[in-house]
Ligand binder design. Sequence first.
Ligand code: SF4
Length: 395
Amino acid sequence: MRANSIQKPLKNPALPGLYIHIPFCRAKCAYCDFYSVADLALVPAWIDALEREMALYSREEWQQACFDTLYIGGGTPSILEAGQIEKIIALAFMHFAFADDAVIYAEANPCSADLEKLAAMRRAGVTRLHLGVQSFGGDNLSFLGRSHTADQARQGLNAARQAGFGYLGADLIFGLPGQTLKSWQADMEEMLSYKPEHLSCYLLSYEPDTPLWARLARGEFDPLPQAKAATLFALTHDFLTRTGYVHYEISNYAANKELVSCHNTKYWNRAPYLGLGPGAHSFYKERRWWNLSDVNGYISAIEKGKKPVAGSENLSVEQRALEEIYLGLRQSAGLDLAAVGEILNFDCQKAWENALQALNANGFVSRQKGRVVLTPLGMARLDSIAGLLIQNLPL
Ligand code: SF4
């Protein structure tokens, strides 16, 4: 399986990551705007097309690349049969070169995370499993339109350990209408009883063209007020850091700093990554491109020998600076003032001095060796703080 392996150090932020998007889910969750379909009859033809997409890229600029992460996301990877997941991983290692200590991630949904499936994923080489739990409250799961129950989530967490996953990540969502501090704390407490190595706590967002967005527009419920959401965010930070987790990105916590997501960190640090599968995005040498969000269109483009690319852009200096600012501020490592200054050929430190002093006096940022680090209070106001800094740039 690892015929192309090249010895390289683990977690080298400069090495590229490989992402494979599994475009299938049992049903669409009410809040989700990721691309996926429920027609599993398309899976065999899609896997054939995926292999041809791998072949197209492995013959070109990615031929010399050494990946140190493989992330199988979606969609719902665990909805595939065990043999199909094994085949996809084997194909990736056949077409691309990976570091010997490359880390393989996969996402799973509790509706399809039975012990047999998870054990097969583990045998196929997946070492880091992320389970989309979202909540242990039945009403919350119904509101979100999840296709699993709270008990299935509990069974999935137990099955992951029984399957031999020493690294278990889980997702929770907070900020639901009417959510109380007590109910959110109960969700987090129950999650910690499984001792996950990684925890993502996402604030519910209402994405255009999703069923939840439409329900909100029809006035069917009142969203949680922003101030309440900020209080829940603060509770999350306080509770999880008190129990020893490292808050390393606005929505992400790791049991220790060695266990941060070395794949997602590539996105936040603007490292190169190749995304394969319908709707997947890629980034290389300041160019971004994205695939067709349509399984049939994806398959037919590849059958014609074409890459299934829907669009691309070469990032301008301004776009690079904006990405650096937003991505830097969302991480606990903070925003590197020199990096933004270098992109813009501009003295950010001087331009932002007054704004940063005011933000610091209000407890929103700290200054650490040439970096601006948001406090938890500041992280809850990321967009407005980034907007304030951007106003003072020559863009
Ligand atoms: S399971 Fe995940 S990818 Fe699929 S619809 Fe739900 S949130 Fe979206």
